[in-house]
Design a protein. Structure first.
Length: 171
């Protein structure tokens, strides 16, 4: 319950910071909603493309998929191209600003860094804490702890810079 209140307070603070801008006051919210839409549509594209690939791999006996890594990369590129066409159609009916697109890029990058930190925390932190407890020297600190600190600092710095640029109307 405490996290919910902290999240709501954070949203209020962000709203106060971004309300100083005269135009595109809801750019952060617009970007978040558009990103949510893009994620839903791209998920549908992934499902459709995987189903088509599965159909062709089973229908044509001599068709080999090859590397799963290559197939996954190809599916991502095809879904990205389809999203591009959908964004062009959406832009025809409702103008998508450069600020909104930039903020979407930032949301994606922040999310990727956050997921990396989350993975490091829950995969390796408990092991590292046991090592630190057993050994009194800090020379054995895992590189994962350094990554957690550095990546967290990058996210915080990035957010500060983006808010500053946004309120200065530089993006």
């Amino acid at each position: 319950m405490k996290i919910t209140w902290i999240l709501l307070l954070t949203i209020v603070v962000i709203s106060i910071i971004t309300s100083k801008r005269k135009h595109e006051r809801f750019a952060f919210l617009n970007a978040l909603l558009l990103l949510f839409l893009l994620v839903i549509v791209s998920t549908l594209f992934f499902i459709i493309i995987v189903a088509i690939a599965y159909f062709f791999s089973n229908s044509i006996p001599h068709l080999a998929i090859g590397s799963i890594f290559f197939l996954y990369g190809l599916i991502i590129v095809i879904a990205g191209i389809l999203l591009f066409f959908n964004l062009q159609i959406l832009n025809h009916f409702h103008r998508i600003s450069g600020t909104t697109l930039t903020l979407i890029e930032y949301y994606i990058q922040w999310s990727l860094i956050y997921v990396t930190i989350y993975q490091i925390l829950f995969d390796n932190l408990l092991k590292t804490l046991k090592i630190i407890r057993d050994v009194s020297s800090f020379t054995t600190i895992s590189s994962n702890l350094i990554l957690i600190a550095v990546l967290s600092s990058f996210i915080a710095s990035w957010i500060g810079v983006i808010f500053f640029k946004f309120t200065s109307e530089e993006i």
